[in-house]
Design a protein around this ligand. Structure first.
Ligand SMILES: [Zn+2]
Length: 223
């Protein structure tokens, strides 16, 4: 496809709005697939989708994203590999997080994939001194195609090494949604990824079921 045609197509296709309500960046990244793992809805179709996620997550500036888009156009094979690697990493992280919630043993192959990606990401961490003290920055010349994944990997390390946070990872209770979230509620009572979508659907379903059962005079009217 000629460069101009590709640009026109990109301009015409509205950018997908990713969700960032999981409470931790690593879980938001895992939630870039919708639906369930049995019936997934993929939202990372192309390398520009990965850039869009990074920009919307606030881990890439507009300038970073534009520069990486240019690199990806020059190196389409590398960009395709980065996308495939990101999707593989996401699915690996999904299995690791869901095993962490169920106290299941982790698969060694999954831990190998995560550790390899983590090693690459953490090799890019630098401390810079400022007037206020040290700040953490990501090194490199900005041309590494997978740099939006590094903060998500660091976030995964932080969550998995905290017993408190690990115990608060939950999967949405909707039968049609596998999104993960960190339950920050005081009594561990959050059940849905999002009250506006899955929570609301569950409420509507309960309402419908109560009314359907309303032939029973004992049944209280639905809320
Ligand atoms: Zn949900």
């Amino acid at each position: 496809m000629a460069k101009n045609e590709a640009d026109v197509e990109r301009a015409e296709k509205p950018e997908y709005g990713f969700d960032f309500s999981a409470g931790r960046l690593c879980l938001d990244f895992v939630n870039t697939a919708g639906g369930t793992r049995a019936k997934p809805r993929e939202h990372l179709h192309s390398y520009p989708d990965l850039l869009a996620w990074g920009r919307q997550a606030g881990v890439l500036s507009d300038q970073d994203a534009q520069r990486l888009a240019r690199v990806a156009r020059r190196q389409p094979d590398e960009a395709a590999q980065t996308l495939a690697g990101a999707v593989q990493l996401r699915e690996t992280m999904f299995r690791i997080f869901t095993a962490a919630t169920d106290c299941k043993r982790q698969h060694p192959e999954d831990m190998q994939v995560l550790n390899a990606a983590l090693a690459r990401a953490l090799a890019q961490v630098r401390l810079e001194t400022t007037a206020e003290g040290c700040v953490r920055v990501w090194a490199g010349d900005g041309d590494q195609l997978d740099r939006m994944l590094w903060p998500a990997l660091r976030s995964a390390m932080d969550v998995l090494t905290s017993a408190e946070e690990r115990s608060r990872i939950h999967k949405c209770e909707s039968p049609t949604c596998d999104w993960l979230f960190l339950d920050a509620s005081r009594n561990h009572s959050r059940r849905w990824c999002d009250m506006k979508s899955c929570g609301n659907r569950a409420k509507a379903r309960r309402y419908y079921e109560r009314h359907r059962e309303h032939a029973d005079p004992q049944e209280q009217p639905g809320r």
